[in-house]
Write a protein that binds this ligand. Structure first.
Ligand code: PEP
Ligand code: MN
Length: 336
């Protein structure tokens, strides 16, 4: 449940409620809104009689949270959360575009791509150094060497870096280089990894599993939030359906659904969502029109030579055109 404090409840009244919640064995999650403070009761609160709390000083009312996710729920946190990476804020009025290659391949490739996506208007550089590949015989990523190249690209361009981490043991290493930790679709329900990034003091990009429901995505976010990390951005990257013309089916519905149910920012990945570069711009526009806070796009200077996901990678010129198109859609829906 959440305990909604009265307008102008005093700090003393708030801390008395927090103490009471904690003495009952729950965690109290304080959300200081512009208008009033709300206190989330974290844990299985079914045994609590809510009316007891409503008689306490400074309390306006209590509201049960019936959804299985609590900290990710908008009931707990009515305002939109903004997640900052350096100066870039995801979830505010400005659309944030993350772009770069699927995998970091060589110094020339990552630097050339980073400069091009920055020039076109991207605010974050993506690139995988640890790659979750369907085949053990496919390129698995450059590992730490890839992270070093990403750090060089950041030095050259100033763009913050988002890159995937595949296991709890990799987290300290990846954190040394990355500004944001990406949890890939295949790991969305790797609970040990979710708990570990929950304890890491780094923003997280959580991608939806290819066969996961929206509720499962939000429950995975709950793992991260309940372990102490509030900087989570969700990513719709397409789900598996019976349709074969595209690699996945971008679930545009998920954008307004998540926006209604959760306060967390949402970005759309039309590259993995479609699997074909020809459709990326159209679906990027759709994502922003539906209310997404940003996009993550695969870009490669020579897609035909890419070591992974070439078919869905935009060439830099096409990416620049996509940014111009998306900007017009963003303005049409009241975003920058
Ligand atoms: C990626 O971003 O390159 C990637 C592997 O994505 P996903 O986890 O969504 O398949
Ligand atoms: Mn990829």
């Amino acid at each position: 449940m959440v305990i909604v404090m009265q307008h102008g409840a005093s700090a003393q009244q708030i801390s008395a409620i927090v103490t009471r919640v904690e003495s009952m064995g729950y965690r109290a999650h304080l959300v200081q809104g512009e208008e009033r403070t709300i206190i989330g009761v974290i844990g299985d609160d079914r045994p609590i009689d809510r009316t007891n709390f409503e008689t306490l000083d400074g309390v306006d009312k209590t509201i049960p949270i019936l959804k299985p996710f609590k900290m990710a729920s908008r009931d707990m946190h009515p305002q939109d959360t903004q997640v900052a990476l350096d100066g870039v804020k995801i979830g505010g009025p400005q659309i944030v575009i993350m772009a770069g290659p699927c995998s970091v391949e060589t110094r020339e490739q990552i630097i050339e791509t980073a400069l091009a996506v920055k020039e076109a208007g991207a605010q974050v550089l993506r690139g995988g150094a640890f790659k979750p590949r369907s085949s053990p015989y496919s390129f698995q990523g450059l590992g730490e060497e890839g992270l070093e190249l990403l750090a060089e690209a950041r030095q050259v361009t100033g763009l913050p870096i988002v890159t995937e981490v595949m296991s709890p043991e990799q987290i300290p290493l990846v954190m040394r280089y990355a500004d944001m930790l990406q949890i890939g679709a295949r790991n969305m329900q790797n609970y040990a990894l979710l708990q570990a990034v929950g304890k890491a003091n780094h923003p997280v990009l959580l991608k939806r599993g290819m066969m996961s429901t929206i509720e499962e995505l939000l429950m995975s976010a709950e793992y991260i939030l309940s372990n102490g990390n509030s900087r989570v951005v969700l990513c719709e990257r397409g789900i598996r359906t019976f349709e074969k013309y595209t690699r996945n089916t971008t679930d545009i519905n998920a954008v307004p659904v998540i926006k209604q149910m959760s306060h967390l920012p949402v970005v759309v990945d039309p590259s993995h969502g479609t699997g074909k570069w020809e459709y990326v711009t159209a679906v990027a526009r759709a994502g922003i029109a539906a209310g997404a806070d940003g996009l993550i796009i695969e870009v490669h200077p020579h897609p035909e030579e890419a070591w992974s996901d070439g078919a869905q990678s935009l060439k830099p010129e096409k990416f620049a055109q996509m940014v111009r198109d998306v900007k017009r859609v963003a303005e049409a829906v009241g975003r920058r």
